[in-house]
Ligand binder design. Structure first.
Ligand code: PEP
Length: 250
């Protein structure tokens, strides 16, 4: 494989007010030049905070991302946010197809695919999430499910620049449970093979993140797994100590 600069992205979910942004500034202050050289970092705060953080951290080493976008550019979609709006606010990327969106909002692979294309249209990187449920893993279907999600959710035209894929087993999100390093290795190898078959060199260079209960204590082991090119982090991205502790794996 090719040398891939890792990405550690934090997903704040529905957490964060203007009054508690000190953690973000602490993260930024803790990001040394050496660390920034070794690993790309991103925080995906609630959309209400993207512009606030973009304005306060111009040129800062921590990129900003959205957590979801609508597939269309604008229009009669009350409460939705377009990829262009995220870009306008200062985002560089947007998470699409997170399991909480798939579960809470019934998003299907085709919806995720359309959102990823919307991200590209706006000039954002799409961070496309896939991952099996506990029942699917127990039934021995994990790899098949993830391959089906990849085939449906990653649009034609994906490149290493416009797309990041995040493997997030649903049962590992917010639970403190993680797959074994061996299971992560097997899944990431299957994803790599799938993406190389479809996108050749672009698939070989695409970042594959692991997500699900990553914390400082397990980041070193998980980030060392072959074909794991960084992490998507929920809970542990809310405090500077935990987020910087994960970055210490690099
Ligand atoms: C996530 O929701 O993307 C996630 C990985 O959450 P956590 O790290 O809290 O398991």
């Amino acid at each position: 494989g090719v040398k891939i600069k890792p990405l550690v992205a934090g997903n704040w979910k529905m957490n964060g007010l203007k009054s508690n942004l000190a953690e973000f500034y602490k993260m930024r202050a803790g990001l040394t030049d050496d660390l920034a050289e070794a690993v790309d970092t991103m925080i995906c705060p609630p959309a209400t905070l993207i512009a606030v953080l973009a304005e306060s951290s111009a040129g800062g080493a921590i990129a900003l991302g959205g957590q979801d976008c609508h597939a269309e550019m604008s229009g009669a979609h009350t409460g939705d946010i377009s990829a262009e709006m995220l870009k306008d606010a200062g985002a560089k990327a947007v998470i699409v197809g997170h399991s909480e969106r798939r579960a809470d909002h019934g998003e299907k692979d085709a919806d995720v695919n359309a959102k990823a294309q919307a991200a590209w249209r706006a000039g954002l990187t799409a961070i496309i999430c896939v991952g099996e449920t506990e029942a699917e893993r127990k039934a021995g279907q994990a790899v098949g499910v993830v391959e089906r999600q990849l085939n449906g959710s990653v649009p034609d035209g994906a490149t290493a620049e416009n797309t990041v894929v995040a493997y997030e087993p649903v049962w590992a999100i917010g639970t403190g449970l993680t797959p074994t390093a061996g299971d992560v290795e097997d899944m990431h190898k299957a994803m790599r093979d799938n993406l190389v078959t479809r996108f050749a060199g672009a698939g070989d260079a695409m970042r594959l993140l692991y997500g699900g209960s990553v914390k400082p204590a397990n980041a070193g082991e998980l980030m060392a797994v072959a074909n794991v090119n960084g992490a998507l982090v929920g809970g542990a991205s809310l405090t500077a100590d935990a987020f910087l502790g994960i970055l210490a794996a690099y």
